[in-house]
Design a protein around this ligand. Structure first.
Ligand SMILES: [Zn+2]
Length: 446
């Protein structure tokens, strides 16, 4: 580590070694020698952790007298990331895959290993995700969890169709709205999620405007936000008309108008793009899902999931020219829609829809952020969309920023992501609540 030239008596004893301006703290950890992302830029700083919080962020380079010193030379420290659209209980591969019994746990571990210290689950069975949420408050294995429980959707609607799956809570019309919401309320969800769409491949029943209104009112009466899943421009209008201000997807089936983008900005609506999902399907079809060959990624994607996605028979649907053309079209739509939102300064919060085909838990966030930059966000804005912005949305101002008194959820990466976003794939350390996570022990495979 470099030493400061002696410019001030503050940093020097009487003719002895340089001393720190920070008081001795035997129980503290000092993260030294690296840069921090402060929400705008990256700059050299020393970060002192005490208990579960950040005690000090100082520019000096003299290590204080503390219990533990972590050398972050050549690295950048960022607030722990959030991914606000995930499905913990879904394997990221084709239908018909029988997941290993512990897959959901491994997928939670993959988030934390990759520095995603907070997730918003927008559709998982209650009996899995709510106990996980409770457990996440006590362990260093899972990220912090905010969860909707099962998705509210029309009876027979997307994504469950006629199957009675625990990931869907059917709403049998307006008269059933109150009861459907109440069925999840017992678990104290952090928000609700409503599907407003007729399915992608075949038209399925969807909720009508009155039912959307009734669900919105049932959720807000209980002081819980409502996330709307919309994929068509017309459904975006429907959601905004009833008062929804959180969109779990950026519509991709058609193009948004300038007026719609303006309306999103004026209503302070938060949009989670989930653009990486379509990008991954596009690359899968073109044989360019290169992360499957990356030994670092292999640690976070279960070997059976990787094998499934490398079996041409299992992914035949995505290799089909008709599907490839359809995927390329919706990817083009969502890219254009995201650029329009960026131009109109719409609030973007990062979310990947991890758990969909080829969309890997923890791993996919960095590609998602790179696509935001391609659509016009600066690298710093993209990083904020996964740190300070989601923390604010979740009502946790103590997270998402590297400042004194903040809760110490942190991730260190090799390099500087503002100069090269691929640094996000080179995670070296993760802290949750001030304690360092044992990343090696959380890998899905050696
Ligand atoms: Zn989803």
């Amino acid at each position: 580590m470099r030493r400061l030239l002696c410019l001030s008596f503050i940093f020097w004893g009487c003719g002895g070694d340089p001393i720190s301006s920070l008081p001795p703290c035997p129980d503290c950890t000092a993260l030294v020698g690296g840069k921090i992302f402060d929400g705008t830029t990256t700059k050299p700083a020393l970060v002192l952790l005490s208990g579960n919080t950040i005690q000090a962020v100082v520019e000096e380079e003299v290590p204080p007298d503390v219990g533990t010193i972590v050398d972050l030379s050549g690295q950048t420290l960022l607030p722990g990331f959030f991914d606000l659209h995930v499905h913990v209980y879904t394997p990221p591969t084709e239908d018909g895959f029988t997941p290993p019994a512990n897959l959901a746990r491994l997928q939670l571990q993959a988030f934390l290993r990759n520095g995603v210290t907070g997730i918003g689950d927008l559709g998982s069975p209650s009996e899995g995700i709510f106990p996980d949420r409770a457990e996440s408050q006590r362990n260093l294995i899972f990220p912090r969890i905010w969860a909707a429980g099962p998705m509210l959707t029309a009876e027979g609607g997307h994504p469950c169709g006629q199957e009675a799956l625990p990931v869907c809570q059917p709403v049998r019309g307006i008269a059933d709205a109150e009861q459907a919401v109440q069925a999840i309320e017992a678990e104290q969800p952090d928000f609700y999620k409503l599907i407003i769409e007729p399915g992608w491949r075949s038209p399925l029943p969807t909720v009508d405007a009155d039912t959307v209104m009734a669900i919105y009112s049932a959720a807000t009466t209980r002081n819980r936000p409502l996330w709307a899943h919309v994929t068509r421009a017309s459904d975006l209008d429907l959601a905004l008309d009833v008062g929804v201000r959180r969109l779990a997807h950026l519509p991709f089936r058609d193009l948004l108008s300038e007026a719609q983008a303006l309306r999103l900005a004026q209503t302070n609506t938060v949009v989670v793009p989930t653009i990486g999902y379509l990008d991954a399907l596009d690359r899968l079809g073109r044989g360019e899902l290169t992360e499957l060959d990356d030994p670092l990624v292999a640690k976070d994607v279960h070997p059976r999931v990787r094998a499934d996605l490398q079996d041409p028979a299992r992914i035949a649907r995505y290799l089909d020219p008709v599907t490839k053309t359809a995927v390329a079209e919706v990817l083009s739509n969502v890219r254009q829609n995201l650029s329009l939102l960026v131009l109109n300064k719409v609030s973007i919060v990062a979310g990947t829809d991890a758990g969909n085909v080829a969309n890997f838990h923890g791993v996919s966030l960095r590609r998602e952020l790179a696509l935001y930059v391609e659509a016009g966000l600066t690298p710093a804005e993209a990083l904020k969309s996964a740190t300070a912005e989601p923390a604010r949305l979740l009502g946790r101002p103590d997270l998402g920023n590297i400042v004194p008194t903040a809760t110490a959820d942190l991730v260190a990466v090799e390099g500087d992501p503002l100069l090269d976003l691929s640094a996000l794939g080179r995670v070296t350390h993760v802290w949750k609540g001030g304690a360092e996570v044992d990343r090696a022990s959380l890998a899905a495979s050696p």
